[in-house]
Design a protein. Sequence first.
Length: 416
Amino acid sequence: MRGSSTTPRTPMLLGTAAFLLLAASGQAQQSEAPKGPAAVIDAAKYDSLQEALDAVPEAGGIVRLPPGDFPLEQPVILSRENTRVVGSGAATLLINKNTQGKPAFVVRSMQQDRERKARLWRVQLADFRISGNPESGDGLQVEGANEIYIDGLSIDHNGGHGMNLIDCYEDPRIVNSIITYNGKAGMNVLGAHDMVVNANQFEENHDGLRYINGYNLCMTGNVLDDHLGDGVVIERTYGSVVSGNMIEECRGTAIILDRDCYGITLSSNVIAHNQKGGVDLRDAWGCAVSANTFTLMPKQSVRVGPNAGRIAITGNAFSNSYLGGKTKYHERHDTEWPNVTLGSGILLEGTSDIAITGNSFTGLQENAVQTVGECQRITITGNVAMDLGRSGSRKVPAFDVQNVRGLVRGNNAVDD
């Protein structure tokens, strides 16, 4: 924390650090809110960040945050729509000092306490940092804000979710942000549609993204790394795409579809070295898993469970670290994650109506495809499978498919 003075002074005469200390203490006098249909608010002219946000007129405006530290004991609340809050990059730091699980920054209509359907429209947040502590709450909590647009935020070390979007139904957009080291999910979304999550970095949160009760999610071009739980968890959602993402070294599973998911495409992702699995289709129907790269996955790269089916698994590469005559990493058969460097294939558990076509299975410790329980109508055609059974415990068939009613298998290139 910068600055040490606690004596009230005129904010215009203070340096940024001293002003920000007063912002936390609220000791200086309130400035008059600007008049007119819309306003440009210079937060440095106000005695606290909350006063600057409250100065936005009903017509909206822009709030400019100066560089410096904003220590917060209570959440600051933005309750005006058609408003943009923009900082000075990571030099504008909101520090949540609260230890009772309260969020740092809240966006919501003040009328929600009386009218649950009250909404804000067109709120934009850009170019500042929110940091907390293990006992604080969410970094950013947004409730009932339609067309929320978040660009270039840094959100880290909060005890709750990094971003928590609740009932932000219409067209939320989260882009170009870095979300790291938060105690819960980096981004938690409850009730949204037509959402864009693009070009963000998620690092070492508990989970990366949780998206529940929505549809038309477009999650593209993000990096998710080192999460303590899962990478992407999607539930009760349809008509969405997760594409072109890098999901690496999660202690859980890279992507989970559960609880009434359907019509979702998982494509062109690199899914590498996640402890508990790559793609886990627990309750997912009519979905496509295509053109992904599954590398160094110690457990099943793709699992289709008994409550999932009608899945196309096509054009994926399942591999270890083979580099033409050698492997880059020494394979470990006697260790636990994260040191294990083996590859894995597809596990089908009591499922039905699965098309497995045009995939490459190479350098795996066991089978390319294995079935457990009774499966129905499984097609395995046009795949390449070689260099399997590297665990050395036994000779394994490429396709260990048993107790399948309606199996079509052929035209696979298999090197035993």
